[in-house]
Write a protein of this length. Structure first.
Length: 631
């Protein structure tokens, strides 16, 4: 019988390029119950329908009181409250007017149904959970292309979500071939091999959350194999054929795929994994998997896994590489990139690599390996004590594709994240206020720090570079933001200006100390000669604009200071107070990194500008420009 001939001993990078060019899995979307969505991938951002909690709630078991009525309570001056001055509450009970604080039950000296005795005063809003403390309505709970975890399901349910849009699971079939392959250990004898590769592939595919089916074993008969493959391509998104892709007399996969479609790769310059075949029949990718277990492992990691991740909009998992020193000499051939299984050890500060059995049929060598020592093509080998790259198999660190942002809050960060995810990046933002962001970037905890910090002269942000940082930091120009007062729908208190905070009986909710909005508010109060002591709620703080807006819209607060874009989101009346600059601090060395370049690209993009215009409340003069403390 005729022997197959490899099309080409193709370099790995070239084979992967052809894989992405010619093989695609186009997945539709579907709507499923949230309770059944574990490990599914969202096809669009999930937005909260309800706040959690949806009412102002007690955070403790105790009594609800009016804080002002407890001001005189001390150990030397106990006070007694009558039953019309307090209400017993349990954790989670609503707190209704006129009560504005909760005292823990264990802090009561004497208590009965009709009176309680206190020796300690309560401050306004102590032990009270604000509306939206956990989840704020109309804000994202889960981003687009996110693999849903158990806690994500809890968050969606808490946010009023019962159904979620997800990407459909890819349907993959594994077709094992060979007269020697059996399933039942009782049938094992000379010349027979138990089918382990199919079940490795099944479980490796399950970790990617696909629908996988294992076909019955197909004997070495070209007609039977041809029928199995042709049936599979009509009902599956990807077909994996176990063995049959090498150059033996009974390796029929190449012939079948060529007859009904196209073969793009047949033989890759890697060890283990050389016999890998990549082709397409109709529109369905067909990958011929090598027969040896370690070769199957390599073909899965290098071709199958990235193809599926790409189809499901998940980050393509690149090998995590570390430098390690070989403990003994390692010879290889010059025609292939070789992945040598190694054990790793840490000796002092030196990471050492000891090669394991290199046979492609030694499954336990992968089980025992800590990593794969990479010997590049055209390199004959490594000497003992020579340093090389190791692909980690244990204790893998996630490849860092996340742009970490710590500082001031703005809903535009969620919009940027959506643009990032369409390009394979992620944006992770933590809202700690502008000064918190300055400290975070100074400590090298983040890539970007969004700030809007006003000085005593009314100037924004530039002074931070010279006052708190050094000349290694610059600003990326962000947006102009309109700041103002939120009011309840229809503005029932007829709030018209910042001065109403001291002249009317208004309950105000403030932003936290260190936030740019808090500094802006204090600056305006100083300019307008308004004493903070005249403002009820000045010391009650919430960490984000959306929480302030939700507290005003649905809570016991008449007004709060925040940005116009959030007022538009919540459809709240808005009284303009001023315009500020919301910019991003970045270290100069990060400016040329792909993530920061992409961030600036998004800022300058027409699509992003149109999105901000649709939200409202922003100006975009000079957005994306690099500014120093001298600009």
């Amino acid at each position: 019988m005729n022997q197959n001939v490899y099309l080409k001993n193709m370099p790995l990078n070239d084979a992967q390029t052809l894989l992405y060019k010619h093989c695609s899995i186009n997945l539709k979307t579907e709507v499923i119950p949230v309770r059944e969505s574990l490990h599914r991938v969202t096809s669009e951002p999930v937005i909260a329908l309800a706040s959690s909690p949806i009412y102002t709630a007690s955070a403790m078991d105790g009594i609800a009181v009016i804080a002002r009525s407890t001001e005189e309570a001390t150990e030397s001056n106990p006070i007694k409250l009558s039953d019309d001055q307090f209400m017993y509450v349990n954790t989670g009970n609503p707190i209704e007017d006129p009560f504005n604080a909760v005292i823990k039950i264990e802090d009561l000296i004497e208590k009965s149904k009709r009176s309680v005795t206190l020796i300690k005063s309560a401050s306004p809003y102590q032990n009270i959970r604000p509306i939206g403390e956990d989840i704020v309505e109309k804000t994202p709970i889960i981003p687009k292309y996110h693999s849903i975890r158990p806690i994500d399901i809890a968050a969606m349910l808490a946010g009023g979500i019962t159904e979620v849009n997800v990407t459909k699971k890819p349907k993959v079939i594994v077709i094992p071939t060979g007269d020697e392959i059996i399933r039942n250990p009782h049938d094992l004898r000379v010349g027979k091999i138990l089918d382990s590769n199919s079940f490795y592939l099944e479980n490796a595919l399950k970790t990617l959350n696909v629908d996988v089916h294992i076909h019955e074993i197909v004997k070495d008969d070209i007609t039977l194999l041809e029928s199995a493959i042709l049936n599979a391509v009509t009902s599956h998104d990807l077909v994996l054929v176990g063995a049959g892709s090498s150059a033996g007399t009974k390796d029929f996969v190449k012939t079948i795929v060529e007859k009904h479609g196209s073969v793009y790769v047949h033989g890759v310059a890697i060890k283990p994994g050389k016999p890998t075949l990549i082709g397409v029949i109709k529109t369905t990718p067909v990958i011929g998997m090598p027969g040896y277990p370690v070769s199957t492992f390599m073909a899965f990691e290098l071709f199958v896994k990235p193809l599926i991740q790409y189809a499901m909009h998940q980050h393509l998992t690149e090998p995590t590489l570390v430098k390690a020193t070989l403990t003994k000499r390692l010879y290889t051939s010059l025609d292939s990139t070789e992945f040598v299984r190694v054990k790793l050890n840490k000796v002092g500060k030196t990471l050492t690599a000891t090669p394991l059995n290199r046979g492609a049929g030694i499954t336990t060598s992968i089980v025992q390996a800590d990593g794969l020592f990479i010997v590049p093509k055209d390199k004959e080998g490594f000497e003992a004590n020579e340093v090389g790259d190791v692909w980690l198999l244990r204790a893998l660190d996630d490849i860092d594709q996340t742009l970490t942002v710590i500082g001031s809050h703005d809903i535009l960060l969620d919009e940027i994240d959506a643009f990032f995810r369409d390009s394979g990046y992620k944006l992770s933002s933590t809202h700690v206020g502008s000064f918190g962001g300055v400290m975070a970037i100074k400590s090298n905890e983040c890539h970007l720090a969004p700030i809007h910090l006003i000085d005593d002269n009314g100037n924004y942000n530039h002074y931070i570079l010279s006052k708190y940082l050094d000349n290694n930091y610059v600003l990326i120009r962000g947006v102009g933001r309109v700041q103002g007062l939120y009011t309840k729908p229809n503005n029932p208190k007829n709030i018209r200006s910042i001065h109403d905070l001291e002249t009317k009986n208004l309950r105000f909710v403030n932003r936290q100390r260190g936030s740019g909005t808090r500094l802006f508010f204090d600056y305006i109060l100083k300019q307008e000669k308004i004493a903070s002591t005249t403002i009820e709620g000045y010391h009650y703080e919430l960490p984000t604009h959306t929480m302030v807006a939700s507290a005003v819209k649905n809570g016991n607060y008449d007004t709060g200071l925040g940005i116009q874009s959030v007022a538009n989101l919540y459809q709240l009346p808005f009284i303009k107070v001023g315009v500020e600059h919301y910019d991003f601090i970045v270290h100069k060395t990060h400016l040329d990194t792909p993530k920061i370049k992409h961030f600036i690209k998004v800022l300058k993009s027409t699509e992003f500008h149109l999105r901000l215009q649709s939200i409202g409340g922003y100006t975009m003069d000079g957005i994306g420009e690099i500014l120093t403390d001298k600009d």
